[in-house]
Design a protein around this ligand. Sequence first.
Ligand SMILES: Cc1ncc(COP(=O)(O)O)c(C=O)c1O
Length: 446
Amino acid sequence: MATAARQTSIAPNDLEAYWMGFTANRAFKKAPRLIARAKDMHYFTTDGRKLIDGTAGLWCCNAGHNREPIVEAIQRQAAELDYAPAFQCAHPQAFELANRISALAPADLDHVFFCNSGSEAVDTALKVALAYHAVRGEAARTRLIGRERGYHGVGFGGISVGGIVANRKLFGTLLAGVDHLPATYDRANQAFTKGEPEYGAHFADELERIVALHDASTIAAVIVEPMAGSTGVLPAPKGYLQRLRAICDKYGILLILDEVITGFGRLGFPFAAERYGVVPDIMTFAKGVTSGTVPMGGVVVRKPVYDAFMRGPEHVVELFHGYTYSAHPLACAAGLATLDLYRREKLFERAYQLEAKFADAAMSLKGLPTVLDIRTVGLTAGIDLASQPDGVGKRAYAAMERAFHDQEIMIRVTGETIALTPPLIVSETEIGEIFDKVGKVIRAVA
Ligand SMILES: Cc1ncc(COP(=O)(O)O)c(C=O)c1O
């Protein structure tokens, strides 16, 4: 009887049950933005409208949507091997993908630890940094240094080193012993810059102040994004990352670059580390590794970091860390096919070549009402709008709604900033279309 009752009681398919992350749930559910399918540069809504994707999903679909080689690789893998234990066991594609990623990464960043998201990658990186010092006999190095306005996902480690107040303020005391560098943004000296601003390398020198306060012997690592993305597109000032690297070297502090957004071509290189000629000790990745098709993240470490753990009896686990779905077969298949596609279509080079056109198109919106600043780097642009008198974020939110419902374009907004990060397959005509539509949106909400 109970079974029969269950079979007939079909759940209502309304919007209520799903509590959406980083979403204004009540406003969304009044005017939903529902996507049914996607292809290349476009999304298609459930009511059949075609939207150009100005955001590569969430900065992740770098190869464009539903690309056949990736779809087919995932389908083949699903039919072949659904899952293999990730601890004390593995499958060949995991090694193949690790080799491919380490070949793309600069210098001796040559060992890859897999996980399933950017947040897990960040927590993995922080744990590896702490454990690295401990296994080398410097266990007092426990402090982690992040940056104001930094975004490193939503794990407790990530929000502790992150610097976006709304992501932190409701969640208790967070990790102890964390300090923050200042953000690198100063509108008065940087407004409307294409690429890396001339002004601001000195913000890295604040690390000297932090070292003087806490002593280097207590500091494990510094973590920054090469370009702060989620806070509103803040490219690193010229020379900033190099200076940070030099200060870390001076004091034996590990440098972690969080490349979750900047990895896999966003800034015209496999990793931003290469663009800036800076080799971090640890680098995170996620998003673009599978072009957003299957969740995957990871951490790449330099050889000395890996080697530091490879001691003691050989039957003993060297790092007590890992995830059930680390190097999941579907993610590995998607990753391998994605990297093949990036190489075959030279998509990183394409991003590099399109950067100047993209920046010019973005700057064409300078002078529109309410536009306070525009920043660009690689295939990324941030456009700051002036807040309405009745609430911060209202204008940008209205812009997102107008974009989706009226202008047939997917944009991302954070605070009062519009962020544009299209798939790397975007054409010059589509770049024009994106900024034309965004211009109309900005005028409409002015
Ligand atoms: C720099 C950076 N780190 C970490 C993350 C977290 O990634 P995920 O949402 O996959 O956990 C993000 C997400 O946007 C990010 O931009």
